[in-house]
Design a protein around this ligand. Structure first.
Ligand code: PNW
Length: 446
């Protein structure tokens, strides 16, 4: 009976980086401290009806005050790498002008604390918390926001560049486009397709301008984009489903990958949007050269596949997690990684997010038995290992997330952490998955 045999031991390459990820608005709290300005997520989450239970990130996991304790946790887990994001409104409260020193100091302490503990910092410049003042000026619909971002990036590189070996520019431009501007359930809560793809262009430009600013400062580290990719599969064997899947893939993946890595937008997506779209009209000569400024690595994030029907809709094939948008399909991780390497060449890759939301319960004996997360991580890491064996130049993997946090529109209802956060006391408790992951890191495999 093969099912009864022990699992083959999987060893990862020597030096493979084991990490975990978070983002500023989701964990920091301290929304009014040390000169922080307001972001669009403060505004959005305070608007009645926008988040579950009216939850906001005002306190979140209180990481802004508990950072040292949290760094100790990371050391105890044995992390090689920690991915966090820098809050733009802590650095520039109104999104422009002189930097706020106390904001920079927080991230300097964090980066130093990581390095003291032997953990490599990986910093994302923008994880959705746009300064509200810039939104009032048009936000990402305005080309001016791109230049504001380049200025902000320049400030951060000069202040922290020596301390941070890997930088990521914009986290998941696609999610801003789709959730912020198409479906409207993320900040700024718009439902305007024409605006959405102009926003996509400006986010891609912002990425490219940040890469240029990085090169201009001559910092020693590496930089790249952070894209969440969705492998798209046809729901049936019909030619119509194949065609619909190809276009769907254009919107989900190639729009972002091609512009950065090949210097052009996919022709099928441009044709589908039409010559009068705000995206088409918003492209200025030279923009694609900016967007495709050479990057050092590509950060990819994987959560779910998409099955596309002949009429261009979607279908569910696999069981979902507690998030309706997530079908659990570990082979999608393999397909996504091998596809990127096949289609774009052997650019160094890091996985900056992969994870499972659950409704964890802290038991009376003080344990959290998140066996579903252990199974999810084990199955996805098995797919990662297969991709490595197939020659994918992957250097590291980060679980989303280090700890439970503010999961955007669903607030604190869904928990993604390896570490449980008891929000009433802000106590941190290692879940079963954290103990498991610590052993994986120790053994460099499982
Ligand atoms: C990511 N999808 O967003 C974000 O980077 C995190 O901040 C977030 O907490 C995490 O995933 C979990 O949601 C995603 O539709 C949003 O497949 C949507 C999708 C995937 C990731």
């Amino acid at each position: 009976d093969p099912a009864a045999e022990p699992r083959t031991a999987l060893r990862f390459p020597t030096g493979f980086g084991w990490g975990a990820a978070t983002s500023a608005y989701q964990i920091e709290g301290a929304a009014k401290e040390d000169g922080r300005g307001e972001s669009i997520w403060d505004t959005f989450s305070r608007t009645p009806g926008r988040t579950s239970n009216g939850d906001t990130g005002e306190i979140a996991a209180d990481h802004y005050h508990r950072w040292a304790e949290d760094l100790d946790l990371m050391r105890d887990l044995g992390l090689d790498s920690y991915r966090f994001s820098i809050s733009w409104p802590r650095i520039q409260p109104d999104g422009t002008g002189q930097p706020n020193q106390r904001g920079l100091d927080f991230y300097r302490r964090l980066a130093d604390g990581l390095r003291e503990r032997g953990i490599a910092p990986m910093a994302t410049l923008f994880h959705w918390d746009l300064p509200q003042a810039l939104q009032n000026n048009g936000g990402w619909e305005s080309r001016d926001t791109v230049e504001r971002f380049a200025d902000y990036a320049d400030i951060v590189f000069r202040a922290l560049g020596e301390r941070i070996p890997v930088w990521l520019t914009v986290n998941e431009p696609k999610t801003v486009v789709q959730n912020g501007y198409l479906r409207g359930h993320h900040a700024p809560g718009r439902q305007d397709p024409d605006a959405a793809y102009l926003v996509a262009h400006h986010l891609q430009l912002a990425h490219g301008r940040a890469v240029q600013a990085f090169r201009a400062t001559g910092q020693p580290g590496r930089i790249g984009p952070a894209l969440n990719l969705h492998p798209c599969y046809p729901a049936d064997d019909s030619p119509a489903a194949a065609a619909a899947t190809r276009l769907y893939d254009g919107y989900e993946n190639r729009l972002y990958l091609d512009s950065v890595l090949t210097g052009s937008y996919p022709a099928d997506v441009l044709a589908d949007l039409g010559p009068q779209s705000r995206l088409a009209r918003g492209i200025v000569d030279g923009d694609l050269a900016v967007i495709s400024a050479a990057v050092d690595l590509l950060a990819v994030q994987y959560y779910t596949p998409i099955y596309v029907t002949a009429d261009g809709g979607t279908e569910q094939r696999w069981p979902t997690s507690v998030a309706a948008w997530q079908q659990i399909y570990p082979d999608g991780m393999f397909d996504m990684l091998t596809r990127v390497t096949r289609d774009y060449g052997p650019i160094p890759l890091t996985i900056t997010e992969n994870g499972l939301p659950t409704a964890d319960i802290l038991a009376a004996d003080g344990t959290v038995e998140d066996t579903g997360r252990v199974e999810f991580l084990r199955d996805h890491l098995t797919a990662v290992h297969r991709a490595l064996a197939a020659g994918v130049p992957l250097e590291s993997y980060h679980v989303w997330s280090l700890m439970d946090n503010f999961e955007w529109e669903v607030g604190y209802d869904q928990r993604f952490g390896l570490v449980y956060v008891d929000y009433a006391t802000q106590r941190r408790i290692l879940k079963r998955s954290a103990h498991w992951y610590r052993q994986v890191i120790r053994d460099n495999g499982f």
